[in-house]
Design a protein around this ligand. Structure first.
Ligand SMILES: [Zn+2]
Length: 272
């Protein structure tokens, strides 16, 4: 789990372009243009609270009826600018597609999730900094939830600062008996750690990692058995394997579940 890059151009312009491009019927367009100054204020408020990492305090404008219906219609996964945005948000600085859901790092991205739900905040239905690439499992578990009366329920991978210290661990008993767990061993801010706990809990991540682990273990088995043929020396092989996964850790982050699982297996002395 690590931070992802956010839409870097002007978010309000993105919204305005969709309004201008898509609405041919004068009636709908007039209705949307009538609300433009309120939308402009709402976008400024979103950006301000997003920058201060304080989205918890944002209030909905309260658009309803025809206003709400027209705003919701702006978002369609089939719309060209939304498809383009999805591509942009899943392409890294090296122009490589990173198509893994950042919320779980297990499944492929299927759609864009509204971090703040569009039903409650239709003003942000096409706000690109409110849209996060997401797999269908995470999207269906998140639904319209985003906060309770005390805290945000999900990490915002654009604006929350994901810790660079380890908080995801694996308790290894054997190659087939192990569990993932969250532990705040490096004094991560307690409020952030609560959101991490809620994110992993509501998306059922610890169980989902466990269910997807077989492939990771069998790849590790394969790498070690091939390595034994080539190296003929366990000390050198162990060094090679550890170096390999250190590189993976640099790329995918210290809390990437596959990295954490492999490191725990190697440290458990099952292999060496
Ligand atoms: Zn996911």
């Amino acid at each position: 789990m690590k931070n992802i890059k956010c839409y870097s151009k002007n978010a309000l312009t993105f919204h305005k372009n969709i309004v201008n491009d898509s609405l041919n019927k004068g009636e709908d367009k007039d209705n949307l243009l009538k609300n433009e100054s309120d939308i402009t204020k709402a976008y400024a408020d979103y950006k301000d609270k997003f920058n201060k990492n304080n989205l918890f305090t944002i209030s909905a404008h309260g658009f309803d009826g025809e206003d709400k219906a027209n705003l919701l219609k702006l978002y369609s996964s089939q719309r060209k600018s939304i498809i383009q945005l999805k591509i942009e948000l899943t392409t890294n600085e090296l122009k490589q597609r990173i198509n893994t859901c950042p919320n779980c790092t297990i499944e492929k991205v299927a759609s864009l999730d509204h971090y703040i739900p569009k039903d409650e905040f239709p003003e942000f239905s096409v706000n690109p900094i409110n849209l996060v690439p997401c797999c269908s499992t995470c999207n269906s578990k998140k639904k319209e939830n985003w906060k309770d009366d005390k805290q945000l329920l999900f990490l915002n991978l654009y604006s929350d600062i994901i810790p660079l210290s380890q908080y995801l661990f694996v308790n290894v008993i054997s190659k087939t008996e192990f569990t993932f767990e969250l532990k705040n061993v490096s004094k991560i801010d307690s409020n952030l750690f609560k959101v991490i706990g809620s994110h992993y809990g509501k998306l059922n991540l610890l169980q989902r990692f466990r269910e997807d682990s077989d492939e990771v273990i069998s790849e590790l088995d394969l790498l070690i058995s091939n390595g034994r043929d080539s190296f003929n020396n366990d000390t050198k092989l162990e060094k090679f394997i550890n170096n390999h996964y250190s590189t993976v850790e640099k790329r995918d982050g210290v809390n990437n579940w596959k990295v954490v699982l492999v490191k725990a297996m190697l440290n458990s002395k099952i292999y060496f």
